[in-house]
Design a protein around this ligand. Structure first.
Ligand code: GLY
Length: 267
């Protein structure tokens, strides 16, 4: 009998996103899944799935990012895998795919880069730029949507990635949960967690790390998701996706486009 391994990928379009936009999260998941099937490193697969969401202007990340109160667009992104790699950018301006910049940061001597320094780093790495007038220019109001994200399992490895334009009309320079390790996301040898919603509330509860601790305690993701949602009182927006060796689950206290797929392939 051939030994097999499980590949699982979950993608979400953010708390407040329209479930009718799950075609976008499904395509992102397919891109991640294809990468994993062709042997792509798990962190790259998670970041490439989030890149598809950043390129979809219906979601609050990349070209769909919200504006700050001064009209600027400042994006946060992060990624982490179960080998211990972590990278993040905060208040990055002028780059189309902040999650790819975060991925490159994870391979550098730094863990988090912010502002003009992050932009200089991205520029030195030839990351794809974006002009302000290319961002959120559909004329549609997606101002209540939040961070996009992805969690992945590849056999006994796990990864997570997030990207966001932050809260609509927030003060410039504001940083949410996304680049803060253990707040927006966390990954370890037992699983991966990615959250979305009110960044201040998520950060104050160290939400992703606490959800990861429940994975470590052997709790099923299907139990973790409603428990974590219960940590946030309405109208605080919150959503979460979780994958572990036991299973996977996702949910939010409001509408959220999200999709999951699972396959088994020969080792
Ligand atoms: N959850 C994203 C943010 O609040 O910035």
């Amino acid at each position: 009998m051939t030994d097999k391994k499980k590949i699982v990928i979950l993608t979400h379009g953010g708390a407040g996103s329209d479930p009718a936009h799950a075609d976008g999260t499904a395509i992102a998941g397919q891109i991640g899944m294809m990468g994993l099937q062709t042997g792509e490193p798990i962190l790259d697969a998670a970041c490439n799935a989030v890149t598809i969401l950043e390129d979809d202007s219906r979601f609050n990340a990349g070209v769909g990012s919200h504006r700050r109160d001064d009209g600027s667009v400042q994006m946060d992104a992060s990624c982490m895998d179960s080998s211990g790699a972590f990278g993040a950018v905060a208040t990055l301006e002028g780059f189309r795919n902040p999650v790819q910049v975060a991925r490159i940061v994870s391979q550098s001597e730094y863990r988090v880069l912010a502002g003009a320094g992050a932009a200089k780093f991205a520029s030195n790495q030839d990351c794809k730029t974006v002009a302000l007038d290319e961002i959120n220019n559909t004329g549609k109001d997606f101002s209540t949507t939040d961070t996009v994200g992805c969690v992945v399992r590849d056999g006994d490895k796990f990864a997570a990635a997030l990207s966001t334009g932050g809260t609509d009309q927030a003060h410039s320079g504001r940083v949410g949960d996304v680049p803060l390790i253990g707040c927006g996301l966390y990954t370890g040898p037992e699983g991966a967690v990615a959250t979305t919603g009110d960044g201040e509330a998520i950060a104050m509860q160290m939400t992703a790390f606490r959800a990861y601790q429940l994975i470590e305690q052997g709790m099923d993701p299907k139990t973790i998701v409603p428990k974590a949602i219960g940590w946030f009182k309405q109208p605080t927006a919150f959503g979460i996706i979780v994958v572990s060796k036991i299973g996977f689950a996702g949910g939010a206290n409001q509408s959220m486009a999200w999709t999951a797929s699972e396959i088994e392939i020969p080792l």
